[in-house]
Design a protein around this ligand. Sequence first.
Ligand SMILES: C[S@@+](CC[C@H](N)C(=O)[O-])C[C@H]1O[C@@H](n2cnc3c(N)ncnc32)[C@H](O)[C@@H]1O
Length: 241
Amino acid sequence: MKIKNTSGRGQRELKVKVKTARGRKLSSTRWLERQLNDPYVLAARRDGYRGRAAYKLIELDDKYRFLLPGARVVDLGCAPGGWLQVAVTRVNALGEKQGKRVGSVLGVDLQEVEPLPGAEAHVLDFLDEGAEEQVKAWLGGKADVVLSDMAAASSGHKQTDHLRIMSLCEAAAHFAFDVLDEGGTFVAKVLAGGAEGDLQHLLKQHFRKVANVKPPASRADSSEKYVVAQGFRGHPESDAE
Ligand SMILES: C[S@@+](CC[C@H](N)C(=O)[O-])C[C@H]1O[C@@H](n2cnc3c(N)ncnc32)[C@H](O)[C@@H]1O
């Protein structure tokens, strides 16, 4: 799907102006105005997605093709469920594409997710002790794709936010090393700002290809980007068995 003028870089004229109202902060008015004029927000409403984030995954998968029919997907930080919706369709989790392999989609989040046919979602803090073991138990085997769009609520302090998101991303990466089948893909949100270099280095040791991407649906004024690591090299210790 193509959406025009999505970069938010200012070429687009605002169509809806929101007046400041008593009791509403200026920042809330700006947020509302941005939502009402964001083509991805409008498209999500039109296409029945739970949020504009769905288009980030669509754009990443259109480019890198990892959500194949039959793939087993784990989505960390999955609420409200936009990525789950995209994954369910693309991996054929409901078996709607006749003659194609049927995949599976498992998601976890701090927040409850409204039930979605084809996906299994659980409430879990992924940083809790034992969380990875719990997800592995729900998964019941290997995965082909590990996604992480996890983001902690903003503290308002750029450096703190950066470190938090990087620790979520690193936890997700170590989980991916553990559960991915050889050839698997890891996709995670990172923030530009320093510490991501270590993660790149780590990922390059475990995956054949590592790309840093800013999908068009990611807001231009956000320092978020995504790392797409493909071709998981597998576990040397299990190869030796
Ligand atoms: C940007 S949203 C994800 C949007 C999602 N990809 C979608 O398409 O609907 C980030 C999510 O990460 C979750 N999150 C943050 N920290 C987490 C943690 N420690 N464990 C699990 N989920 C976490 C938040 O609750 C939030 O729902």
